[in-house]
Design a binder for this molecule. Structure first.
Ligand code: AMP
Length: 661
């Protein structure tokens, strides 16, 4: 295995990268670093963002400069202020063990004088956006005269953004003897022209094929009615309690509207678009970077160059006008070898556009279904239970409050206390999602799914010890059909979806009308509802009945809107447009049908919800508001009993895994 040391890097740089947690070089680093260290050369590198390209040029660049000399020896040009700051931060980290090393970021929107002063203080490296550097050069023409290395980062983006003339100007003020290293995610003719005009026999490296998206990105799309798009977005967010996403909209107005609606509904969201001042954009990016925000709603232009690690999902709320923009958008996830999901929300008419993008990015998209309410609830609840299980308890800080707490709870059993604590967050979520509609849009006769069959709901799941294969076997055997009649199974904890070829549906329905059991549990199967709007209520209730025999009620898996465990989420972090920035948590109200949806608002505060209003800013008083009435608490126990059945198993599994490790 090749290490950074083997690539010929100085010990100071090797130490810095290992402190950053880089263990092995990425492919683009493996190719570029030895080439650039070996001898002075020009380089053209085809590399997308997220591949480790900054270190690919940054490390050799730092090794080539002389930190005893206090003038500019290297220039890095980047398309956006955001990227410019990111590269500067990266270089500072890579160069932290190089005595005397200095780097300055030069970009618009900040004081020119301050930046000039920093340059004059004797840095060796300038990272600049082209426009601002040209402005600075009008004041000091000579600053680039000792440049030995010029890096053009994201050259295609710089040209897209109209920096062609600025690049020509800047490069013409650098010495002819310098080396130019060009990094670009694509190689259109304009980029190749730069390499022809400004470079001598450049060596070429590539981190992958042109226009091919990162293999670590899974591309999926949901088909929904246009009026349900916002609800679908929220359902996706609710289904992924730990989501950390960028939501792309098409226009500034749409971006602002969606962000405002999300904030109003209690999500930790904010917008990023060109109508915000630079200072506002900086605040948003800071909050996103430090994870005070979970959902960044952005336009394509504003999100250019965003370089934040661990983005779990890119959500295309609206498809971009240019299919190529899809590549740039989706490249914001799955960085540094991690996995990510790019999700597109479209209506029926837009399916053709997906096909176009598939051709462009040479990747197949999977059509997936939006989760149902009970699936969301189940995910949320398990997430909460895991958090409760894993939370670090600061005993000494809590100690002084315990006597009063014990006294308040003295009459309650252990199970009752757990029930109530969970209910504080969970009741509201359960209520909201209990009768939630199926948001998937189906075409004519389309009880769609993966293998083209009919989707059915089965009241058995992994908690019954079943997996895909054993479910197939069980259903096929019960109905007396061939297993091939069941092309697809999706196993959840307490229930499953089984896709069945149309010819076998009736047979299965007839067979399961009998009193079928599995390991003592009643097994029921039914058709998945066509659409929540058509079959709202009844269909949902029945579908959620997987735990009936355990829980004693017919409400099913149930759910919880988990509290955020992100450190910066709560507290005094206030939204700059005046909405309160609640922790991404139970304070959030789940889906509200948008007013133009024409349907009743299903999520208005339930009559019997004795806890705070769903948009209430604080969760601190919840406990005091837990129901005290005995009857009510018994009902709650019934409601939650089924869930604890699941949780105990889940916790035991966790324990087992831990011990195994
Ligand atoms: P870049 O393509 O330069 O924007 O890098 C994407 C992300 O990958 C950054 O967060 C880097 O810190 C990280 N990274 C770069 N090189 C490595 C490496 N060899 N191992 C692990 N992470 C890396």
């Amino acid at each position: 295995m090749t290490t950074f040391e083997n690539l010929g890097l100085a010990p100071e740089l090797v130490r810095a990268v290992s402190e950053l947690g880089f263990e092995t070089p990425t492919p683009i680093q493996l190719q570029s670093i030895p080439l650039l260290l070996e001898s002075p050369t020009d380089l053209v590198a085809l590399a997308q963002t997220g591949t480790g390209k900054t270190a690919a040029f940054g490390l050799p660049l730092l090794q080539r400069i002389d930190t005893r000399k206090r003038h500019i020896q290297a220039l890095i040009l980047s398309p956006t202020r955001e990227l410019c700051m990111q590269i500067t931060r990266d270089l500072e980290a890579f160069g932290k063990h190089l005595p005397g090393f200095g780097v300055v970021a030069v970009y618009g929107g900040a004081s020119i004088q301050g930046q000039l002063k920093q340059i004059q203080d004797g840095v060796q490296v300038v990272v600049a956006t082209p426009g601002r550097l040209v402005d600075i050069m009008q004041k000091r023409k000579t600053i680039l005269e000792n440049v030995q290395i010029a890096v053009l980062d994201e050259a295609d983006e710089m040209l897209n953004m109209g920096f062609r003339d600025d690049l020509d100007t800047i490069l013409s003020y650098t010495p002819g003897t310098k080396n130019t290293w060009l990094f670009s995610a694509s190689m259109p003719n304009e980029v190749l022209n730069i390499s022809r005009n400004f470079m001598r026999n450049p060596k070429e490296v590539s981190s992958g094929e042109k226009n091919v998206t990162n293999k670590n990105i899974e591309h999926v799309y949901y088909v929904v009615h246009a009026r349900d798009k916002y609800m679908a977005l929220k359902r996706i967010a609710d289904f992924h309690p730990d989501i950390f996403a960028i939501v792309f909209c098409r226009t500034k107005i749409e971006t602002q509207q969606i962000a405002d609606m999300l904030v109003k509904d209690g999500y930790n969201a904010d917008s990023l678009h060109g109508d915000l001042s630079q200072a506002q954009r900086d605040v948003v990016m800071k909050r996103y970077r430090n994870r005070s925000l979970q959902l960044l709603v952005a336009t394509d232009v504003a999100a250019r160059g965003i370089d934040v690690d661990d983005v779990t999902h890119v959500i295309h709320y609206s498809l971009p006008d240019e299919p190529e923009s899809y590549l740039h958008r989706s490249g914001r996830t799955a960085r540094a070898g991690k996995k990510g999901v790019s999700m597109v929300l479209i209506n029926m008419k837009e399916i053709g556009r997906i096909k176009m993008i598939e051709r462009l990015v040479k990747t197949t998209f999977t059509r997936v279904q939006l989760p149902l309410g009970n699936e969301v609830c189940e995910n949320q609840l398990l997430s909460l239970v895991k958090k409760v299980h894993n939370v670090d308890v600061n005993r000494s800080d809590i100690e002084p409050f315990m006597p009063a707490i014990y006294e308040e709870l003295s009459e309650l059993s252990r199970e009752e206390i757990i029930t109530r604590f969970i209910s504080v967050e969970f009741n509201r979520f359960l209520d909201y999602y209990r009768n939630s509609p199926d948001l998937n849009a189906y075409g004519n006769n389309e009880e769609f799914s993966h293998g083209g069959g009919i989707k059915m709901f089965l009241t058995l799941g992994s908690l019954d010890g079943l997996n895909k294969q054993t479910i197939k076997e069980f259903v096929a055997k019960t109905a007396g059909i061939d297993e091939a009649q069941i092309p697809w199974v999706d196993v959840k904890n307490s229930y499953s979806f089984v896709e069945v070829n149309a010819a076998s549906v009736e047979k299965i329905q007839a067979a399961f009308k009998e009193n079928i059991t599995y390991n003592g549990r009643r097994a029921q199967i039914e058709l998945r509802a066509q659409s929540g709007r058509d079959r709202d209520g009844g269909g949902r209730e029945r579908r959620g009945s997987g735990r009936n025999d355990r829980g004693g009620d017919n409400r099913g898996g149930g759910g919880y809107r988990g509290r955020n465990d992100r450190p910066q989420g709560g507290g005094g972090d206030r939204n700059r447009r005046g909405g309160d920035s609640r922790p991404y948590s139970g304070a959030r109200g789940p889906e509200t049908r948008s007013s133009n949806g024409g349907a009743r608002n299903q999520w208005s505060k339930p009559k019997n919800d004795r806890s705070r209003d769903m948009s209430g800013p604080s969760t601190t008083n919840n406990f005091a508001q837990a129901p005290k009435n005995k009857k009510e608490s018994l009902d709650l126990s019934a409601e939650l009993k089924s869930i604890f059945e699941m949780d105990k198993k889940e916790l035991r599994k966790l324990e087992k895994n831990r011990k195994g490790n």
